[in-house]
Design a protein around this ligand. Sequence first.
Ligand SMILES: [Zn+2]
Length: 411
Amino acid sequence: MRSGTNLPRVRDYNQGVVLEAIRVGDGVSRVEIAENTGLTAQTVSNIVRRLLEEELVIEDGVDPSGRKPRVKLRIKPGSRYAIGALIDRDETSLVLMDLDGRIVGRESRTVDQQQGAQGVLDQIAEATKSLVQAAKIDPSRLLGVGLGCPGPMDHDQGILYEPLDLFGWNWHEVALKQDLAGRIGLPVIVDNDATAAAVGERWVGGAQGVRNFAYIFMSIGLGAGIFIENQPYRGDTTNAGELGHMTIDIDGPLCFCGNRGCLETYCSPNRIVNAVRLRLEHGEKSSLTDIPLNRIDLTAVTSAALAGDSLAMEELRYSARMLATGIINMASLLDLKLIVLGGTHMAEAGPIYKEEVEQALNKRLLTRNLQKVCVELSVAGKDAGAVGAAALVMHEIFAPRLAELNVVSQF
Ligand SMILES: [Zn+2]
């Protein structure tokens, strides 16, 4: 639990600390909040009164176990909502989430590459309206929309720059934030999909109490969302965490980014599928032999591996071992406590990767005898990207962060 400060000028920071304590503590009392955060009883009491007035929290029952009965505090269900949209190569997926991390609506739409950026934003605007209508929520309680997508991008301005592999030339310098806000009349926040997933992991209950961790987000591409000292680390141009383009071998295979031997070229879902197809073409035995080559996709390979197919398993394990190498490099550089594995691919093949990454960290990390780095699968599962995008909105408004108090004014 992080500590608050009693300085009157950082009242909003303390409010964020108390709200977080209530969210994480679910049923926590004012006395416990004061104990856990280091804030005075009076400060906690004042802030809780304000949170009750703003209908962000509720008093929900009494804990009779102490010397004096203590009123339990919880986030008010349905008090505020955010929509999160993840843009990936083949589809956009959206969730409607409340302040407590509860998902009350989902929608996904297929992306047609020909429709271009503006067409995809039209789709997201439509899906936003339909989600709000279907869930029958009060639209005034919807705070905004978070958008997660692969970079490079300018997070502050919400502009996407040439995600080379994903969309092609017609996505160059797209003002995602401005263009979507214009369509829906709500604040929009844009972030790298991996960073969004890391923020979301925290919001829905994972990585609790871990100051330094990385969220490895693996879907079509590969990236890392990094938390340093309890805050997302975005770097100087807001593009930190491009793990997929860490060089593993300068003479390695050509990557779409123009360099050779990027980590992604060894472990991406595309590489796994291509490797399996190639081996089948060469006549190797597998339970996948009878499936036409063009119908073999990642889901088929993963299912075969989990059902005991050794060829499919070998390729997944190779990918996992290579990813583990990249993760060791990152953990060596950043000194992390936890690695979270998430994204569409991890939702299916996560256990295989978890085993390989754990083993590699235990055996090879320089600091292995000092502290064990934990490896966990994302608690958000298949929704991780969209949940993360929704959490961006909540995080910007409610999470305690001294340096970004001014961001609240955008909403
Ligand atoms: Zn690359």
